[in-house]
Design a protein around this ligand. Structure first.
Ligand SMILES: O=C(O)CCC(=O)C(=O)O
Length: 306
C-alpha cells in the first residue's frame, strides 16, 4: 500500500544487527503525537462500533465471543484499514514500510494489519505465542515481520510487549488453544521456553517494537485505568511452498464464532469483496504471491479457515 508520506525513520546498522540477534527491536518514535492522537480517535470509534464484526473481522481473542452483550476482554479488528480508509495514508505506514524493507529486503510486501484493545482494568493478557503459529497453511515457508505501535504509553502495568530473545532462531513450537478450548480465537505456546527469560519493552506513545514471525512474545493484562490500544502492521516476503512437513493442527481445530461469521459473510458474497480488497492492496503487483493467494482462495471457497 503506497502512502503520500516520505519515510523519516531509518534504522542504524547497529539496530539492524540487534534486531537479527535478538529477534526484536524497540525504537522510541515511528509516528507523531498529532497522528497518534488521530489514530486513537479512529480506534475508539471502530471498537465502539465493533467494525467488521458481521464479516468475522472483529472478535474477542480470549472468550467465546458468541454473544454481543458479554464485555470483550481482548477485542481485535483484523485489517482496520478496510473500515477506516483514512488509515491508508499515515506516517506510521510509511515509516513501517521503509523499516520492513531495511530488515527483510526489497521483495517485502504488506500482508496484514491488526488493531488490539485491552480495556482498562479488564483487558486480558495476550498469551505467549509465535506469530507464524497462527498461519493456517503450514505448507509454505514464511518470513514475516510485525511492527507494533502503542497509541498511548505502553507499560508493564497496562500490558506492554514482552519477548524471549533468540527464539526467532528456532522453528515453530507446538501451540494450543487456551484452556484447550477451540472456541477461543487466541493460541498459546504449549511449552519449550521459560517465561522468566522475558524482556519487557515499555514504550512511549507512538514508539514501536518490531519482531519476527518466530520470536516468542506476550503482553500482560491491562491493570491500569486507561485503555491500551496497539496498531500492528505486518509484512512478509511472499511465502514459498515448503519442502518440509509441518502441521499447525491447533488452527485446523478452531471452531470460533468469529470464523462462523466469516464463513457466512463469504458465502453471501463477501468473498468477492475480499478479493477486491486484495487487488486494491496491491496483490497484482506481486506475482510471486499468486500461488499462496490462490491456495488461500480455494480454502475460502471450501469454507475452511484462511
Ligand atoms: O498487542 C498485544 O497484546 C499483542 C500483539 C501481538 O501479539 C502481535 O503483534 O503479534
Amino acid at each position: 500500500m503506497q502512502t503520500s508520506q516520505t519515510p523519516k525513520v531509518e534504522l542504524t546498522p547497529a539496530q539492524i544487527a540487534e534486531f537479527h540477534e535478538r529477534g526484536f527491536l524497540a525504537i522510541p518514535q515511528i509516528s507523531t503525537p498529532e497522528e497518534v492522537e488521530q489514530l486513537r480517535g479512529i480506534f475508539d470509534r471502530l471498537f465502539a462500533q465493533k467494525a467488521g464484526r458481521a464479516e468475522g473481522a472483529q472478535f474477542d481473542m480470549v472468550t467465546h465471543d458468541d454473544d454481543d452483550n458479554t464485555p470483550q476482554a481482548l477485542p481485535a479488528i483484523i485489517n482496520p484499514v478496510n473500515f477506516a480508509p483514512e488509515l491508508r495514508d499515515t506516517i506510521f505506514r510509511s515509516n513501517a514500510g521503509h523499516i520492513a524493507r531495511q530488515l527483510l529486503g526489497p521483495s517485502v510486501t504488506a500482508s496484514f494489519e491488526h488493531a488490539i484493545l485491552k480495556p482498562p482494568r479488564y483487558g486480558a493478557a495476550t498469551p505467549w505465542h509465535q506469530d507464524e503459529a497462527t498461519r493456517v497453511d503450514a505448507n509454505f515457508d514464511y518470513e514475516q515481520l510485525s511492527i507494533w505501535m502503542p497509541l498511548q504509553e505502553a507499560t508493564l502495568e497496562n500490558g506492554c510487549m514482552q519477548y524471549i530473545p533468540g527464539t526467532h532462531q528456532q522453528d515453530v513450537l507446538p501451540h494450543r488453544s487456551p484452556k484447550s478450548d477451540p472456541k477461543i480465537h487466541a493460541i498459546e505456546c504449549a511449552g519449550g521456553f521459560d517465561p522468566a527469560d522475558a524482556i519487557p519493552c515499555p514504550l512511549p506513545s507512538g514508539g514501536a517494537v518490531m519482531h519476527l514471525g518466530r520470536t516468542l512474545h506476550y503482553a500482560g493484562p491491562n491493570n491500569s485505568d486507561i485503555p491500551r490500544r496497539a496498531y500492528i502492521l505486518a509484512f512478509e516476503i511472499p511465502p514459498k511452498p515448503s519442502t518440509r512437513q509441518r502441521d499447525f493442527y491447533w488452527n485446523r481445530e478452531k471452531q470460533t464464532a468469529g470464523l462462523d461469521r466469516k464463513r457466512r459473510w463469504r458465502k453471501q458474497g463477501g468473498i468477492l469483496i475480499e478479493f477486491g480488497r486484495k487487488l486494491r492492496g496491491g496483490l497484482w503487483r506481486h506475482p510471486s504471491r499468486i500461488v499462496f493467494e490462490a491456495r488461500r482462495a480455494i480454502r475460502a471457497l471450501l469454507g475452511r479457515a484462511t
